[in-house]
Each structure stands twice: as C-alpha cells, then as structure tokens.
Design a protein around this ligand. Sequence first.
Ligand code: M6R
Length: 366
Amino acid sequence: EKGGFDHFMLKEIYEQPKAINDTYRGRLLREDAIIKMAGVEDNMKKFLNANRFIIVACGTSWHAGLVAEYIFEDLARIPVEVEYASEFRYRNPIITEKDVVIAISQSGETADTLAAIKLAKSKGAFVFGVCNVVGSSIARETDAGAYTHAGPEIGVASTKAFTTQITVLTLIALRLARAKGTISSSDFRHYLLELEMIPKKVEKALKADAHIKEIAYIYKDVSNFLYLGRGYNFPVALEGALKLKEISYIHAEGYPAAEMKHGPIALIDENMPIVVIATKTGHYDKVVSNIQEIKSRKGKIIGIVTEGDVTVRELADHVIEVPDTLESLTPLLTTIPLQLLSYYIAVMLGKNVDQPRNLAKSVTVE
Ligand code: M6R
C-alpha cells in the first residue's frame, strides 16, 4: 500500500508530479488556450463582481491560501485577505454579499474551517471550496468548488495536498485574470505552458533526494531551525518550518526574510541552520543581502536556489537546486526540498513520520 516507500509521506512527496498533473488535467487546455473549471464558469458573475476574496483555512492549507493571495492579487487584481478559520469565526468579521469566501481544506472536515464557512454563508457571502476529499463536509457545505484531485493523502504531514491546492488556485486566478483582462493573451499562454511543465520540474527537484539526505544528517541534532523567504516564497518558508516541527519535533520558525532584522536575527549564531529560499526570480538581490547578514553572524545557510545559481552557492554552506520557472510558480518547486529535508530529519531521529504525536489527520474538533 506504500508502493515500495518506507512511509506514506515519502510516497506522497513522490506522487506530486502525477498529482499536479491530475489537478490540471481536463482543466488546462493549452492548445485552445483556455482554462475550464465548472465551479468557476458557473459562478463567474459572483467572482467578477466581488469586492474582495476572503480565504479561510488552517495549517498547511492556510499556507496555500497565502500563496494564493499573491497570485490572485498579482494576476487577477482582486484584493484578498487570508484568515485562520479559527480567528475569523470568532472575530465578528465584516462579511457582505459582495464577498467571495474561499475555503481550503484537504480533508474537508476541519471543524474551524467548516464553522467559518457557515458563518460566511449566514452573512450572504458566496462560498467556494477547494477540497481534496470528495463528498466531504466542506465540499457539501460550500456553494460551489473545485477538487484538487490529489488522491488520498494518508501521512498526517500534508505534502501533495499543498502543491495541488496551489495548482487549483493558480488555475482559478488565471481564469479570472483572463475574464477580467488583467493578463494579456500571450502571458496567459506562457503561463499555461509553464504550468504544464511543472510535473517534469517537480520530478527534477526530487532528484536532489540523496543530497538532501546528507544535509539532513548534518543538522538532525540541532534544536532550532529558521526558514526565510520573500514574496511568493514567504508562505513556503512558513510551510517548511511547519513540516519540520510537526514530524521531527525540532523547533522551527518561518519568517519573511526581511523581517529577520526585526528580531529573529538575535537568534543567529554558528549553531543555527537557516533555510533560505533564494530563487533567481523575485527579490533575488534582496535575499542575497539577507544571506550576507546571516553569514556575517556565522549562521549555517541552506539555500534553495535556481539551477545554475552561482552567487548563493558561494555564500551558502549548502545549496539545493530547483528548476527555473515563473516566479509565481516557484512555490510548487521550492516546497519539494523542504518536504524531503523534514522527512529525512524525522526518519533519522526515529520519529513516527506518518503519525506524529499529538496530531490527527483531520482536526474535527475546534
Ligand atoms: O484537512 P485540512 O487541509 O483542513 O487540514 C488543515 C490542517 O489541519 C493541516 O494542514 C495540518 O496543518 C497538517 N498536519 C499540516 O501538515
């Protein structure tokens, strides 16, 4: 049932090329230069007339929501707020009929997300679900939705659910951008082409597996990790830190790289490994200067870089390469080494990777 892998988590990490492909299959029609998603087409007016989107989710799904915030605002020019479902539902939030609420949930059973949806519906908002589990409570409770089609995710640590959520949300953003005219038809075609190449590029990113294992071995006994990223890769830094803490029980924090100097920099010494996402698209020079700041404080740098990178390679203690792609699609690639790094550290520490202590696959209590 684990298909020859030691754990479901590793199997699911390796399933991502196929899962992402399954997510866009039948929806991304590159030759016709269209994106077809019934849940979006049938409700186009609601999406286009919305004053703003409010994304509600928990955990890893919330991180996918943060990536979506960048992509919706960037491509479709729609204001987006991303909320922890648990905070949103108890905050007496301002919700109107002009809001579109997008709930993201792998299991479709997360109690806080479900409650947030019910609240939004009672205020007249249009509620759209992005779920993996077909027929789940959230899928049934929402007005419309799009499934991720990732297939069953058994490992408690979410992996393929995250990358497929980002894929679905990217498709939606592109479809809306096309409808609104905020993307040119040539840029739109370029996106479709790049999206179609993602599964192959994920496969390539997975080839760093043995190298990542070596890095895991060096750092497995530390008690703290920092993860830094900017722009589209800030949420990936959060996700990398969550992955590590939930399965290895090593304390880890994710930060926007520029926030480092507002506090976390005080933590840096020769014992602190810092994973920095420094792909060549998107604030590269700024991230490089953040890396220099870390280096002058003797922190250990693990850089996630674009293939062929030279600058970070010279500064960092280790680099892990991912293929080049459009800036907004980099999270689909930079996430991969972070998943593998946390996986190998947890395995080396003898932790129960698929069922970490104190955690459940779906959190059905608030
Ligand atoms: O099923 P959901 O996507 O609603 O679950 C949300 C979180 O409980 C979930 O992502 C959790 O954070 C994972 N264990 C992360 O790996």
